[in-house]
Design a protein around this ligand. Structure first.
Ligand code: Z5A
Length: 230
């Protein structure tokens, strides 16, 4: 393992060990099915009495809901740097108000999008400097990192074809090249940090994706959260 990757892995483990809870993030291009899968997972966790929180970035707090509305309103003029900073403001509030307290309380926290979305969308998609985005991610999260990130991977055209025509939000309305850059950004991130990322083929039928998802979680969290989702 390259020295840099090893350092990152050790730091992730170190940060997660400071909390009794566990932090997992879900990422992917548009229409990959994260929201659908996390809802199914939450039902299974509730049936198993596993204390957990399902949340999302942006929009996981009252402040975040207002920021989300601004960010996703079609036709809203938002300069790339303003967009990046709004996502970061949402995230700072989200970590302080929801994520960190849940981790301190020993819960399993499943977050639909997090810091990697800023790198994929504002970095690869909008061409904002990635080092700057990483620094801002560090600032807004206070260095909090997920133990594991699951990439719901799908070709951009296939993901976009799952959305309801006419109901697309401001970002979904971006050109196909933007969405392709986002997807390639995710694949580059996953390749650079394989110990944190798991890639799942989100183009498969819903039940197949669900099986893959449950298997990944059971393998990673089985002992800590006494979890068997298989
Ligand atoms: N964004 C950013 O730019 N920078 C950042 O830092 C952050 C975010 C944090 C958030 O909107 C937007 O903000 C997002 C990235 C950007 N881009 N946009 N737009 P969001 O939270 O509404 O966006 P999303 O996470 O992409 O939601 P989504 O498009 O709905 O994707 P999804 O949650 O992965 O998919 P889904 O809602 O579960 O499923 C979509 C449809 O596909 C739905 O009709 C399902 O029934 C169907 N589906 C699901 N799975 C399957 C399978 N396996 N087969 C067939 N059909 C399926």
């Amino acid at each position: 393992m390259p020295a840099d990757t090893k350092r990152k892995a050790e730091r992730t483990a170190e940060l997660n060990d400071t909390y009794p809870g566990t932090f997992i993030t879900l990422e992917g291009p548009e229409g990959a099915g994260k929201t659908t899968q996390v809802k199914l997972l939450s039902k299974a966790l509730t049936n198993l009495d596993v204390p957990h929180v399902v949340t999302r970035d942006p929009g996981g707090t009252p402040l975040g809901k207002q920021v989300r509305r601004i960010l996703l309103t079609p036709g809203m003029e938002v300069a790339p740097m303003a967009e990046l900073l709004l996502y970061q403001a949402d995230r700072a509030q989200h970590v302080a108000e929801v994520i960190r307290p849940a981790l301190e309380a020993g819960k399993l926290v499943l977050c639909d999008r997090f810091v990697d979305s800023s790198i994929a969308y504002q970095g690869y998609g909008r061409n904002i400097d990635i080092k700057l985005i990483k620094d801002l991610n560090e600032l807004s999260t206070g260095g909090l990192r997920p133990l594991m990130t699951i990439l719901f991977d799908i070709q951009s055209e296939d993901g976009l074809s799952r959305l309801h025509p006419g109901a697309e939000d401001r970002i979904e309305r971006e050109a196909i090249d933007f969405h392709k850059r986002v997807r390639s950004g995710y694949l580059a991130l996953a390749e650079a940090e394989p110990e944190r990322w798991r890639i799942l083929d989100a183009a498969k039928p819903l039940t197949t994706v669900q099986e893959q998802f449950m298997k990944i979680l059971t393998t990673k969290l089985g002992s800590k959260h006494k979890l068997n989702l298989l």
